[in-house]
Design a protein around this ligand. Structure first.
Ligand code: NAP
Length: 295
């Protein structure tokens, strides 16, 4: 029977650490601050934004919410982002996705100052992930890496298979596993024989969004199985891509849904906000020093 990787426990430990580091930064004169923008009244997005606010309070990060009506124009949203980019008291900016269809998501994400981009979706930050020197990492795959680290699961030399290639989860996940010296295969909707690949995986990460996609016969004995997806079954209950009951009998480690990767994502958002605030302090010190030299 697989060992359960408990995202609630691991995220709680990470949040305690973030809280201590936030206190230290506050004592040194900087209060980390996250600005969250929500356009429209999508109920799921409202829940996510509320959870982010609550977690900010828990760790002592100041949070500012900008709740905009669904008919907000793209230029109004961009103006708000530019003003937050220029506000020195704001360290992190997050624009809750999805945006209403009349707003170009890419334009908006590219408008966020890369140093304040706590989702790490800006192309500049994506480039840093590719090179392997990123300060800000996308929260969900970074949460998975933290789970592996916490459980003492080494990635080096392992066959890692990522199912799903979205910009938010699959692609950055593959890059992070590669940076940790895994041999990485990425599968997607055009992969002809998914099972062939998943059976090779020492570490299998599923991020598709299809209930019951991964069955026990697709998983190698003793594999580590990480289920990122959040789906609903016929009874309306949350579930992932993996058929948990049967796969947990074959895997060595497995994440549950809910209570697995989900809680990690928000903890990593807090970590990123702290990192962004620290970067801001370093940049301000560097600016002050270069100003001294000019004088
Ligand atoms: P997405 O943008 O819809 O991407 C899904 C990926 O799955 C695509 O790359 C797609 O391939 C691939 N795919 C679709 N059908 C497939 C199949 N039959 N076999 C293999 N690959 C297939 O989704 P996402 O944003 O990455 O999210 C994935 C899941 O993770 C969702 O359930 C989402 O709710 C969940 N999620 C959870 C968290 C968390 O905090 N736990 C955070 C983010 C997302 P193509 O590229 O070829 O279309």
């Amino acid at each position: 029977m697989a060992k359960l990787i408990d995202g609630k426990k691991i995220s709680a430990a990470l949040l305690e650490k973030v809280k201590a580091d936030v206190n230290e930064l506050k004592s040194a004169g900087t209060e980390p601050c996250l600005a969250v923008i929500l356009v429209g009244d999508d109920p799921a997005s409202q829940v996510y934004v509320r959870n982010k606010k609550r977690t900010c309070e828990q760790v002592g990060i100041k949070s500012i919410e900008h709740l905009l009506p669904k008919d907000t124009s793209e230029s109004e949203l961009l103006s708000l982002i530019w003003s937050l980019n220029n506000d020195k008291s704001v360290h992190g900016i997050l624009c809750q996705l999805p945006l209403p269809s009349h707003i170009n998501e890419k334009t908006v994400l590219c408008a966020i100052d890369p140093d304040k981009d706590v989702d790490a979706f800006h192309p500049k930050n994506v480039g840093h992930i590719v090179i392997g020197d990123a300060e800000l990492l996308p929260c969900t795959p970074a949460g998975v890496m933290e789970m592996l680290r916490y459980e003492g699961i080494s990635v080096e030399g392992k066959n890692c298979v990522v199912v799903g290639r979205s910009n938010i989860v699959g692609k950055p996940m593959a890059l992070m596993l590669l940076a940790a010296n895994g041999s990485v295969t990425v599968c997607h909707s055009r992969t002809p024989d998914l099972s062939y690949h998943t059976k090779q995986a020492d570490i299998l990460v599923c991020a598709v969004g299809k209930k019951d996609l991964i069955t026990a016969d697709m998983v190698k004995d003793g594999a580590v199985v990480i289920d990122v997806s959040i789906n609903r079954n016929e009874d309306g209950k949350l579930c992932g891509d993996v058929v948990f009951d049967e796969v947990s009998r074959k895997a060595s480690y497995i994440t549950p849904v809910p209570g697995g990767v989900g809680p990690m994502t928000i903890a990593l958002l807090m970590q990123n906000t702290l990192t962004a605030a620290r970067l801001n302090v370093i940049h301000s010190e560097n600016d002050a020093e270069s100003g001294d030299k000019v004088d």
